[in-house]
Structures are given as structure tokens and as C-alpha cells.
Design a binder for this molecule. Structure first.
Ligand code: T4K
Length: 373
């Protein structure tokens, strides 16, 4: 970490930018060969490099994570109802509406951030075709239990793994779980391509189908096999991804150190709780959520404002819950009484700034505000 703070605002997430000069050779290459998109050379290289880095075999790049979620659902022919969590970014449920699917919200585990597998079975109806859990903040879901339920009821599992770049559970990539996993490479993510996303598939046939769907369903000049979308990642984004990948291990290490410093600094403050991911997981420290609970001197929103007054743009991810937005709140599963754990966490959470360029002084400043508020 750099030693000194500056007076720039601190955002909850911020992309770590490699030196511009390192990107110029990639740009020159694109200018030279004039292939700007449609699965060009950088697109292909990034798919291979990511598969290797992430420890998965089949990955399809997308223009963003939301298009990847929509296509993942389409590729599995998911219809009817899909069980999901209300404690996520709104794209998780929006991807279902785009496919004419009804999301059914199930509460999160008390003391955690992910869907509670013990509550899934009660939400299954004859219309249920799939479960879409979210590895929220990169904390792995209870994948074993979810798999068990899915196979008992013949349901597909599509993980929204937007936060789970590089996360491992039980000794292998968490992206290998379920039928498909969907990543986001948005500017605010651990690994970014400006905008971007990906689907991890279990086999070559599924990847091929997804690759057709993200390119209008086109197979060749005269063959279109499905009403696909334009979901392709462009060459500039793919090139940026290749450059980012060179620095990703260092960025992950810096995040781990910042996480450690926050925990040490915030230890012992009454009413401030810093939930940890399971100890068995290899974590990516994509976010640093704290819970502001009884015993703290300010309300959650009081502390949120105090930070903002000091130019620290922490965020209340995820408040409001998805189930509270107008297009969802009339659904029976969106009732607050059905979602007590998510409602509580949503009212307590603040995600503190977390990105590799935070200095010791930044962390100390944030800790000091929370300690002395
Ligand atoms: N599933 C889950 C679980 C997700 O969290 C997301 C996205 C998705 C699916 C969908 O994936 P994508 O289609 O986005 O690939 C942000 C991101 O836009 C969104 O990608 C992310 N989740 C969500 C959790 O956070 P906002 O509306 O909070 O972003 P914004 O613009 O307020 O940015 C947050 C902070 O980041 C800003 O205060 C400043 C900083 N920032 C932002 C941008 C865009 C930068 O420093 N540089 C930037 O370029 O949604």
C-alpha cells in the first residue's frame, strides 16, 4: 500500500488502472488489424487466459454481466419461476424479467449474506425450473446443499457469480458449481474490462450454444439457430482484460491487506460487526461490508452520512432489497415478513471503500471516523 492519503473523494469501489503506456501496444495492434469486435484475436486470447487463471475449462466473454445473466437463463431454456435472493444488485432479478420469468424471493441465512438453503424447498412450486443464488461479496453459497435440493427436484442452478472472480471453495473454483456461473467484469469489480462479463460452462457443447446466443444466434453466414442477442465483448475491453490479468495477483494481495487492516482497526467497537467469509474459502475481498448494530452511537444512516460528509462514498449495498423495488414488491415472496434476515442486514449494512489503491492513511481515516463518530 502507498503510505500517504490525499484529499480526493474515496469511492466504495474503484478500478486499479495500469499505466496508460502499457496499454498503448494493445491499442496499436487493434488499430493495425482493424478487428474491433465479433470475437476477434484479443477476445479469443482473453477467454483462454481467463479459463487458465480461474481454473475452469469453458468460458464465454460478454459485453456485461447482465447480458450474460440473461443469456445464461435463455441457454438453459429456463421459464416459469426461478428461486433467488432479494439481497443482490437489481440485475439478478431483472435478467429474469427480460426472459419472462417470475423471480421468487427466498430469505438469506441469518448471520450471512447468501440465500438460505433451508428455506428453498418451501418456495418450490410446479412452475419452478431453476435456482439463481448469488455469491454475495464473493462469499461462497452453501453449494453442496443447493446442489442436493436442485437434484432432488430436477432444477437447474445458475450462479450469479458477479462478485466471485477468483474465489475458491473446497479446493477448486466456485465457478465450477451449478449448471452455469455468471461473472461481471464491470469497472467496479475485482477484475474489470471497463464493462464486461462471462459465462462459465461445464462442457464444449454448452459453450458453443452460448457463443451462438451472444452473437444473434448466428452459426455461419447462412445459419441462425436462435433469437440470440448482441452480447459480445469488444476488442478494447478484451485487451484491457489481458493487461489487467498481469496484475491481478498483486491486486488481490493488496485487497487482502486492506481487509486485514480494516478488521484490526475496527476491532472492539461496540455495535460494529465485520462479517467474515467462510474460513475454508479462498476469498477475493471484493467488498468490505460492515453491519451497524445496536450499541453503536449512530444509526446506520447516521454513520453513512458522517462518512459522506468526509468525502468517503461508502455504499449501502444492498439497500433497498431487490424485492422492495416497484416491479417486484407486489409479489407474494417479496413481503417483508418472508424476508426477515435480508431486511435486517439491508438496514444495517455499509460497504466501506475497498480497492487496491487505498493507502494505509485512507484506511486509518475511515477507521478513525467510525471509531470517534
Ligand atoms: N449481479 C450482481 C450480484 C452484481 O453486483 C452486478 C453488478 C450484476 C449482476 C450485473 O453486472 P454488470 O451488468 O454491471 O456487469 C455498481 C455497478 O455498476 C454494478 O456493476 C455492480 N453490480 C453494482 C454492485 O455496483 P452502482 O450503480 O452502485 O455503480 P456506481 O456508478 O454508483 O459506481 C460505484 C462507485 O464506483 C462510484 O461511487 C465510483 C466508482 N466508479 C464507478 C465507475 C462506473 C469508478 O471509480 N469508476 C467507474 O468507472 O452499480
Amino acid at each position: 500500500m502507498k503510505p500517504e492519503a490525499d484529499n480526493k473523494p474515496l469511492y466504495v469501489t474503484q478500478p486499479a488502472m495500469p499505466p496508460l503506456r502499457d496499454f498503448l501496444p494493445y491499442l496499436e495492434q487493434i488499430w493495425d488489424n482493424k478487428i474491433l469486435t465479433n470475437c476477434g484475436p484479443y477476445h479469443q486470447q482473453l477467454e483462454q487466459a481467463l479459463a487458465q487463471y480461474l481454473g475452469v475449462k469453458y468460458i464465454s466473454l460478454f459485453a456485461n454481466g447482465t447480458l450474460a445473466l440473461m443469456t445464461a437463463l435463455q441457454s438453459m431454456r429456463i421459464s416459469g419461476e426461478v428461486i433467488t435472493t432479494p439481497y443482490s444488485f437489481v440485475a439478478t432479478a431483472h435478467a429474469m424479467l427480460w426472459n419472462g420469468i417470475k423471480p421468487v424471493f427466498v430469505d438469506i441465512e441469518p448471520g450471512g449474506f447468501n440465500i438460505d438453503p433451508r428455506k428453498i424447498e418451501a418456495a418450490i412450486t410446479p412452475q419452478t425450473t431453476a435456482i439463481m443464488p448469488v455469491h454475495c461479496y464473493g462469499h461462497p453459497c452453501d453449494v453442496g446443499r443447493i446442489e442436493e435440493i436442485a437434484s432432488n427436484y430436477g432444477l437447474k442452478v445458475i450462479y450469479d457469480a458477479a462478485h466471485a472472480f477468483g474465489v475458491q471453495s473446497g479446493g477448486s473454483s466456485v465457478l465450477l458449481q451449478g449448471d452455469l456461473s455468471v461473472l461481471s467484469f464491470h469497472a467496479t469489480k475485482v477484475f474489470n474490462t471497463f464493462e464486461g462479463g462471462a459465462i462459465v460452462s461445464p462442457d464444449a457443447k454448452t459453450k458453443r450454444h452460448i457463443d451462438h446466443l451472444k452473437n444473434f444466434g448466428i452459426v455461419d453466414e447462412v445459419t441462425v439457430v436462435a433469437p440470440g442477442i448482441n452480447g459480445k465483448m469488444n476488442e478494447i475491453s478484451a485487451a484491457f482484460g489481458l493487461l489487467q490479468l498481469k496484475n491481478i495477483d498483486m491486486a488481490l494481495q493488496q485487497r487482502a491487506e486492506i481487509d486485514h487492516k480494516y478488521r484490526a482497526g475496527l476491532r472492539g467497537i461496540d455495535g460494529i460487526h465485520c462479517p467474515k467469509p467462510p474460513a475454508s474459502a479462498v476469498h477475493n475481498h471484493s467488498y468490505f461490508p460492515i453491519l451497524v448494530q445496536a450499541g453503536y452511537r449512530l444509526s446506520r444512516d447516521g454513520l453513512f452520512q458522517k462518512l459522506r460528509d468526509a468525502d468517503i462514498y461508502a455504499r449501502r449495498y444492498f439497500y433497498p432489497l431487490i424485492s422492495e423495488f416497484p416491479m417486484y414488491r407486489g409479489m407474494p415472496s417479496a413481503a417483508t415478513a418472508n424476508l426477515p434476515a435480508a431486511t435486517l442486514v439491508s438496514a444495517q449494512v455499509i460497504c466501506l471503500p475497498m480497492h487496491p489503491e487505498l493507502t494505509d492513511a485512507h484506511v486509518e481515516k475511515i477507521v478513525q471516523i467510525i471509531r470517534t463518530a
